[in-house]
Design a binder for this molecule. Structure first.
Ligand SMILES: [Zn+2]
Length: 342
């Protein structure tokens, strides 16, 4: 049996930083299989059925299967991943996950189909949705908690401009966001943008209203107690100190100059979110908005760690829980989005 032509260093897996590099690393299904093998068995193959170690049988036409020499059972490299039982080549999945994990907004199923030479539009559509299922799992880690750093919290309206537009129709949805604010180390001679601050992780939720219950519950879910939280001076945030946060309520946060000084990062995130929603999704219905917020959050929080995003989407790697079949088929993965209208 031939060994795969491409092998990866199990201790130091590379991750492509560009499309050409991607094509060099993953030129074919055998390369993708070798990569999956290296992730799965960091210390060399061990049969999942009998524990036998040592070189398994390999098949040139079925690179995703390793057959144990002792018990002769097949070990599927795609078990527990979104690629399990797929008929689509591994290289197509890898390519899709790479594109979907990059910040490139609005990859449509049509573009995806063309770039990969996928025969049927429906196949491209399904692949994208299965990959997106890996983003639908909301990040439930609390953000903040870093000494000396703070979190900005604010709300914004998302959606059409018809709110209060005469017929009592309002299709705008209230969204609340929390953003970690980090300090960039100043470069010599450079004038820092936004006071040298930039965004860490975000959390975004649809909320029904601006009551103290809605806003305070969000902060409690999203932000670690003890964190310094900056908000506007709305009475709904008044209890934050009482429930364990450092709190700086900013009076007159509606004034753009004041807002720019105290809540610049969360407003920047809202602005990015809105351009993404507008550029890619024309008219997001309120009941699906949370799914888009989750997708935005997924990419945003991993934008410095594309390898983690890539692995999460494929459902591989020890630190990334794989979406289950049940989750895929009963969950929110079928939400209409960019790819549904080409
Ligand atoms: Zn075995």
């Amino acid at each position: 049996m031939p060994s795969p032509a491409i092998t990866f260093d199990r201790e130091d897996l590379p991750f492509p930083g560009s499309l050409p590099e991607f094509q060099r690393l993953f030129p074919n299904d055998a390369a993708c299989a070798a990569y999956l093998e290296a992730i799965r068995w960091r210390h060399g193959f061990a049969c999942m059925w009998c524990g036998e170690r040592g070189e398994p049988f390999r098949f040139a036409n079925r690179p995703h299967v390793l057959r144990c020499r002792k018990c002769r059972k097949d070990n599927a490299l795609t078990a527990g991943t979104v690629m399990e039982r797929t008929h689509t080549p591994l290289s197509v999945w890898f390519w899709g996950a790479y594109l979907a994990s990059s910040l490139t907004p609005g990859l449509s199923a049509i573009q995806f189909q063309r770039q990969l030479g996928i025969g049927r539009y429906e196949t491209a559509f399904q692949i994208l949705h299965k990959l997106r299922a890996g983003m639908m799992r909301p990040d439930r880690d609390q953000i903040g908690g870093w000494p000396g750093e703070h979190v900005e919290v604010d709300e914004t309206w998302i959606g059409g401009a018809t709110r209060g537009g005469g017929k009592g129709v309002h299709d705008q949805t209230l969204v609340i966001g929390a953003v970690e604010v980090k300090d960039r180390k100043p470069k010599k001679g450079a004038k820092p943008r936004r006071g040298g601050r930039y965004a860490g992780r975000v959390r975004l939720d649809v909320v029904p209203d601006r009551t103290a219950l809605s806003l305070t519950s969000f902060v409690q879910n999203a932000v670690q107690p003890g964190t310094m939280v900056i908000t506007d001076a709305a009475p709904s945030y008044a209890r934050l100190r009482e429930i364990g946060y450092e709190h700086l309520p900013v009076v007159e946060a509606g004034n753009p100059d004041i807002a720019e000084q105290y809540l610049p990062i969360v407003h920047l995130v809202f602005s990015n979110l809105k351009s993404w929603l507008q550029g890619c999704h024309h008219g997001v219905s309120p009941q699906h908005l949370q799914a888009y917020l989750n997708e935005f959050t997924f990419r945003f929080n991993r934008r410095f760690y594309p390898f983690n995003a890539f692995r999460s989407l494929l459902g591989i790697g020890s630190n990334a829980p794989a979406p289950t079949y049940e989750g895929l088929y009963t969950g929110s993965w079928h939400h209409a989005n960019c790819s549904s209208h080409g």
